[in-house]
Design a protein around this ligand. Structure first.
Ligand SMILES: Cc1cc2nc3c(=O)[nH]c(=O)nc-3n(C[C@H](O)[C@H](O)[C@H](O)COP(=O)(O)O)c2cc1C
Length: 252
């Protein structure tokens, strides 16, 4: 089994590890000219962003040649995923992949303008992550099927969110407005955790226009020196089972 994952604050890496098999980082795979993956089971684990998948995961599905009789897709999310499943079904159709199984695990919502991280961390036990993960792992190891039927309501919701949320949130120039304060020691960790290779560090931190809006730089800065004007608080989050080195190894 092969599991391809995208992570910024560790939730998806934790879920991918729980599912097991050979783990491949999508940002690393995307550096290859050709991506060919063939296995008896292949899956993707990624976060919900603006009720769809990260831009890079969508590009990955367009670029990769995936050959498998059992393809699964697991989202992690914080608040709600609305028609995010329908986005997967459409992307799979486009890529010529039959989607065998789809599910989602509710975890800490790491979206800083939307949520206060300490509250998210404190209320995590209510989300029963381990219970949900057990069901998903059991479903996948028994190769159970669970797919999506796209309804007219899904299509309407997708169109609405595309204009309302995705256009506003998923902007490649987002990081240009991040504020780096005087606590920055120019250690370069932000550049190492960025899955889009969008950050360079010289006498200051420079952000380009390839931002995935994943918040990896904000959540993993060891000095908590990177901020957004719109963030709910300065508290940051990384999944308790995942280390900074794990994020660097995944995204550098
Ligand atoms: C830009 C952005 C948009 C997000 N949009 C949603 C969303 O629409 N719905 C939701 O439930 N969670 C949303 N989230 C929360 C993440 O999906 C969630 O925290 C996920 O588990 C993070 O995975 P990671 O720790 O592997 O990076 C968003 C997070 C970010 C950074």
């Amino acid at each position: 089994m092969t599991v391809c994952y995208f992570t910024a604050s560790g939730n998806c890496l934790y879920v991918a590890r729980k599912i097991g098999g050979t783990l491949l980082s999508i940002p690393q795979l995307m550096k290859q000219d050709r991506i060919e993956i063939e296995d008896e089971a292949v899956g993707i684990v990624c976060p919900v962003y603006a009720v769809e998948m990260p831009m890079m995961v969508k590009e990955f599905l367009e670029k990769a040649k995936i050959t498998t009789p059992y393809f699964f897709f697991i989202y992690t999310y914080g608040m709600g995923y609305a028609a995010a499943f329908a986005h997967v079904e459409l992307s799979c159709q486009k890529a010529g992949i039959k989607l065998s199984y789809i599910n989602a695990v509710q975890m800490v919502d790491n979206y800083l303008p939307g949520f206060e991280m300490q509250h998210q961390i404190d209320t995590l036990p209510k989300k029963n992550v381990e219970g949900k993960l057990q069901i998903i792992c059991d479903d996948i190891s028994n190769r159970r099927e669970k797919s999506v039927k796209i309804t007219a309501a899904d299509r309407a919701q997708m169109a609405m969110y595309k204009n309302m949320l995705a256009k506003r949130i998923l902007r490649k120039d987002t990081a240009k407005s991040y504020i780096v304060n005087d606590d920055c020691i120019r250690c370069g960790i932000c550049a190492k955790v960025c899955p889009a290779n969008n950050i360079t560090v010289s006498d200051k931190v420079n952000f380009g226009d390839r931002c995935e809006v994943c918040h990896a730089c904000l959540h993993n800065c060891p000095k908590n020196a990177i901020h957004m004007k719109s963030e709910k608080s300065s508290v940051r989050f990384r999944n308790e089972h995942i280390t900074l080195k794990d994020i660097i190894d995944s995204n550098e």
